[in-house]
Each structure stands twice: as structure tokens, then as C-alpha cells.
Ligand binder design. Structure first.
Ligand SMILES: [Fe+2]
Length: 147
């Protein structure tokens, strides 16, 4: 079953943001400040996540869940801000390989839902499966805990 991308974009917009930690807020602010400097962004992210993983892998996954939650909401908002994308057909061969997404609005909805999938995997890996945001057509999550 394929997910209803429009329904899930609306659900993403309506679901409150996760209560981000101070570390996540500082990270988002820093990334906003250095956007446009790809090597600095990549280096900052690589060092930060490496340090987090070395100091506590569950905390590192929670940080990732915060990051993915933020990304999901940003993509949902991005589609809301660009209603013209509903009429713009996808004519890029690489994007077409991703699936049958007719318009750019659908492409960005799909990316937003991918972020939710990433978020869900990370909350499972940090042992918080009750934070999984379920939807029809979502991938099966496997972990050692209760379903
Ligand atoms: Fe992601």
C-alpha cells in the first residue's frame, strides 16, 4: 500500500514539533548560519555526530530523531509555501527513478515522509518506540523491543 502523501504532509504540519533539546536547537541555528558553505556544514555535522556517538549512542540516535523531525516539518512547510509545485510535472529522469511522483509537490511530500521514516528508525534505536509516528503504508520497523 502506498502512503497518501498529501494526507501525511498535512499530518506532519499539524503534529507539534518534538520538544528539541538545547543541543538540537544550537545545531539548527548553527546550520542556518553556515548554510551555503557545504564543507563547513558537512565537517560540523560529522564531528558533532561522531562525538555524540562516542559519548552515548542512544543520545546520538535521539539527536538524529530531533534532526529528522525538524526536516519532516520543514519539508511539509516548504510544500505549503509553494502551491505552484502542484502544477509542475516532474521531468527529471533521476527523480523519476525514485517512484511515480507526478509533480514536484509530490516529490517534496515524499522527501518529507522519508524524513519521518528516518525519525521513526532513530526513536526506535534510542529505545523510545512509543514516539514512532505511524501511517498507512509505512515501512516495517524491526527492533528487539515489543511491536
Ligand atoms: Fe533524513
Amino acid at each position: 500500500m502506498s502512503p497518501d502523501l498529501k494526507k501525511e504532509q498535512k499530518a506532519s504540519s499539524e503534529r507539534p514539533l518534538y520538544r528539541y533539546s538545547l543541543a538540537a536547537k544550537v545545531f539548527f541555528l548553527t546550520i542556518d548560519l553556515i548554510t551555503g558553505i557545504p564543507l563547513l556544514m558537512i565537517g560540523f555535522y560529522a564531528v558533532l555526530t561522531r562525538v555524540m556517538a562516542l559519548t552515548g549512542i542512544r543520545r546520538a540516535f535521539l539527536f538524529d530523531a530531533e534532526f529528522e523531525d525538524h526536516a519532516e516539518h520543514v519539508h511539509a512547510q516548504f510544500v505549503e509555501e509553494h502551491p505552484e509545485w502542484e502544477q509542475q510535472p516532474v521531468n527529471n529522469e533521476q527523480v523519476k527513478e525514485r517512484g511515480s511522483l507526478a509533480t514536484w509537490a509530490e516529490v517534496f511530500r515524499r522527501i518529507g515522509l522519508d524524513e519521518r521514516d528516518h525519525r521513526n528508525m532513530s526513536v526506535v534505536f534510542c529505545d523510545k518506540p512509543t514516539y514512532v509516528v505511524r501511517y498507512d503504508g509505512m515501512p516495517i520497523l524491526r527492533w528487539g523491543g515489543a511491536p
